[in-house]
Design a protein around this ligand. Structure first.
Ligand code: ATP
Ligand code: AMO
Length: 434
């Protein structure tokens, strides 16, 4: 739109055309105010009924809330106005009139349930505190990309329609692909590994993953954003260092560049980037600490996965981001390498927020024979993975990496109660549109 001025840039003395949504109309009798909202903020438009053209007043005050309008007029200082300035209109143009029945109230005076909000995301994101989540999400992705650049990574994109799963056979979405069985990709795992053996060596990908999760929980999505890292000539400890760097950078980016958004969410005082190294506990130490609390009905034994409850107990104990290392080989996938001196213990690790798991990773099995054996042990047919395994015969360096759940990072960073809050259009068991 030609000559449009953002409300935040409207300065006293200017004649401006501002355009946006009718946030609120307050009619006090002789004087009335229309609050116009755009992406930069809000501005007050003043109507003095006795002194203004009737048509202008009727148009300005007759318009429905949330309609799109433009207003041309002079900007003056006005200490009583919410932003300290107001516009005295010369003309008001109603560009797109809104229905008087709104499915939710963007001014936030009437609360709406999450499903209603998700059905009406356009209106929902007119609220500062909701928009703030997605501005922060964008900043997280920007900072994460920059952190990967500092680590000399190359950004890649791998297929999302694939022939095989990687993270266990039960959570795949099958599709048909020209009459052939195919699946939505659960993880870029195998593709990113193939790239560390290429001339690229160190890569990252930010992209969707698809999982037919059995349970409807506040921290699982059926389509999520995975932030994946993989590097040649890294072991699991170096991969953990990289993970720490990326997560810390995401927090720092938000702390530096999202002050207004944090304020909209009421987090400006408490928000802080995690400092220093994240504690690294072995799986065995983790079990001991959990069992020592006596809070679980049954103590955990070697080989148990950590239940949600166990994760919470340990999270409370540790109280900050931390790693769990040296998991039992039997509960880690085939592509994770075991320790050379003890095949029962793997180089797999998880990175945890006190409230949930954020990352899984590890050093990978790069030796062809061991890799094929691992497939067989997990009941997978190595033939189906030939496109992957055969590259391990042509010079595959030792390598390590990890996958970080993008929405879980944002959810834990902002203390959101439901992961769906961190996705514009979440996919879950009940939700396929919008
Ligand atoms: P008129 O100004 O035509 O006499 P009125 O009597 O309705 O109409 P005021 O008494 O000036 O208006 O103000 C009514 C209320 O609006 C008061 O509470 C005043 O503080 C507030 N008010 C007046 N002008 C502004 C302004 N420009 N911005 C914000 N609030 C204002
Ligand atoms: P994993 O399966 O543990 O590991 O996934 C990695 C991280 O992705 C996030 N995540 C999810 N977030 C929301 N909804 C889901 N349904 C969901 N599933 C996973 C979590 C989890 O920690 N290939 C390995 C990674 C690797 O070793 O590099 C993998 O996919 O935050």
């Amino acid at each position: 739109m030609e000559n449009r001025t953002y409300t935040a840039d409207a300065a006293p003395g200017d004649t401006v055309t501002v355009a946006g949504w009718v946030h609120e109309i307050r009619d006090l009798g002789g004087i009335a105010f229309l609050i116009l909202r755009d992406t930069t903020g809000k501005i007050q438009v003043k109507f003095e009924k006795d002194e203004m053209d009737d048509d202008l007043v009727d148009t300005g005050l007759g318009v429905q809330r949330e309609s799109v309008i433009s207003v041309t007029g002079d900007v003056e200082e006005e200490p009583r106005a919410p932003t300290g300035v107001e516009v005295t209109p010369e003309s008001v143009d109603v560009i797109s009139e809104a229905d008087p029945e709104l499915p939710l109230d963007p001014s936030g005076k009437v609360d709406a349930e999450l499903p209603t909000r998700l059905d009406n995301r356009t209106l929902d994101l007119r609220k500062d505190e909701v928009k703030a989540i997605f501005e922060i999400r964008a900043e997280v992705l920007r900072s994460v990309r920059e952190a990967f650049r500092e680590l000399d990574c190359t950004e890649i994109n791998t297929p999302k329609i694939v022939a095989t799963g990687t993270e266990g056979g039960t959570e795949l979405f099958p599709i048909t692909y020209f009459g052939q069985e195919a699946f939505m990709n659960q993880s870029p795992q195998l593709f990113k590994q193939l790239m560390v053996g290429s001339g690229l060596e160190r890569v990252f990908e930010i992209g969707p993953i698809f999982r037919a999760e059995e349970h409807n929980t506040p921290r699982h999505l059926n389509e999520a954003t995975s932030i994946d890292f993989e590097s040649a000539f890294y072991d699991h400890t170096e991969a953990m260092d990289a993970c720490e760097h990326v997560v810390q950078s995401a927090y720092e980016g938000v702390a530096e560049n999202c002050q207004d958004e944090l304020e909209a969410l009421g987090l400006e005082d408490e928000f802080a980037a995690p400092e220093g190294d994240f504690p690294r506990l072995t799986y065995e130490e983790a079990l001991d600490r959990i069992n020592a609390t006596g809070e679980l009905d049954e103590p955990l034994v070697w080989g148990d996965d950590l239940s949600t409850e166990a994760e919470h107990v340990l999270g409370q104990e540790v109280g900050e981001h931390y790693f769990i290392t040296d998991w039992p080989s039997e509960i880690k996938p085939f592509y994770i390498k075991d320790h050379d001196d003890d095949a029962e213990v793997s180089t797999g690790f998880d990175m945890m927020h006190p409230s949930m798991e954020l990352v899984s990773g590890g050093q990978r099995e790069h030796r062809f024979d061991h890799l094929v054996e691992g497939f067989e042990q997990q009941g997978l047919d190595p033939e189906a993975f030939e496109y992957y395994t055969k590259m391990f015969k042509y010079g595959m360096p030792p390598h390590a990496g990890w996958g970080l759940g993008g929405e879980r990072l944002i959810m834990t960073m902002l203390g959101l109660e439901n992961i769906r809050e961190a996705v514009l259009f979440p996919r879950d068991r009940q939700r396929l549109s919008p």
